[in-house]
Design a protein around this ligand. Structure first.
Ligand code: G
Ligand code: MN
Length: 251
């Protein structure tokens, strides 16, 4: 019993030390991954993603955010990361939109507008992430509506990955639905997946949203998505997340 308490306090201490260090030293940077229009393979946008660096081995960004949330620093870390992301948005070319990941909890903190003064609002997309349950969609819409009025577009991220994300789609009526990669991987060989995605495409057409397929890793997947009339795609097959200079040099 006492041993469990000590172990848990030690874990908390380790996490806090790591996160405090990252916050104090800004140990994160922004990378960008292209979003492509499938019809003509033109890059139409970029998702801004955060990469953490420290002296330990690589840890996925999701783990950083989970850890921070566990010890009550979730919003602090998100705020610091968003500041960095918004400072870097100017690197995205003017003919492309840029998407930024924001949790429902951060939206509801009503702190997002403090970053948005210099942001290109007419080509900014807020991706609402899946992590949190939303209990009051009206509250979330009351934050989103003024942003929408300024030209900001809304996406639901990882749609289909958890219990709540299809509710997000239904209740938030996003401009873009980012279809979770588990529906995309092997879609060319898995009939159930292609039938399911066909139904979502039908829904998106009727509801006025557009789909971005996430996690496209093969030519076969891309070709099936094209057949299903999914308009946009993102994934390693089309471009990995990179520092923006590296992307520009590739063109
Ligand atoms: O939750 P969200 O969809 O925002 O997460 C994006 C993450 O997915 C990034 O960390 C990015 O590196 C990763 N990612 C991007 N494209 C692919 C892909 O084609 N396959 C896999 N497995 N991961 C990808
Ligand atoms: Mn995302």
């Amino acid at each position: 019993m006492l041993k469990d308490i000590v172990t848990s306090m030690h874990r908390h201490w380790l996490i806090k030390r790591r996160i405090d260090h990252a916050l104090a030293n800004l140990e994160f940077s922004t990378v960008f991954q292209p979003i492509v229009k499938i019809k003509d393979m033109k890059t139409v946008g970029f998702e801004a993603l955060t990469r953490f660096r420290n002296n330990e081995s690589y840890r996925a960004p999701d783990l950083w955010f989970e850890d921070a949330k566990e010890i009550g620093l979730g919003l602090n870390l998100e705020q610091a990361v968003l500041k960095e992301v918004f400072e870097n948005l100017h690197v995205v070319p003017a003919d492309c939109y840029v998407t930024v990941n924001v949790t429902p909890a951060f939206l509801l903190s009503r702190n997002l507008p403090i970053f948005m003064n210099d942001a290109p609002l007419n080509r900014l997309v807020i991706e609402i992430t899946e992590q949190d349950l939303i209990t009051d969609y009206e509250d979330v819409n009351s934050v989103l509506n003024p942003l929408r009025a300024q030209g900001v577009k809304i996406a639901v991220d990882d749609a289909g990955s958890g219990f709540s994300s299809f509710w997000h789609v239904l209740k938030l009526k996003p401009d873009l639905i980012k279809l979770d990669r588990k529906f995309v991987s092997d879609i060319d060989t898995d009939v159930g997946k292609s039938q399911f995605v066909a139904a979502i495409v039908d829904y998106s057409k009727k509801s006025g949203s557009q789909i971005i397929a996430e996690g496209v890793e093969t030519a076969g997947e891309l070709s099936m998505l094209s057949k299903l009339e999914v308009p946009f795609a993102q994934g390693y097959f089309l471009g990995v997340p990179r520092e923006f200079n590296d992307i520009v040099n590739k063109f």
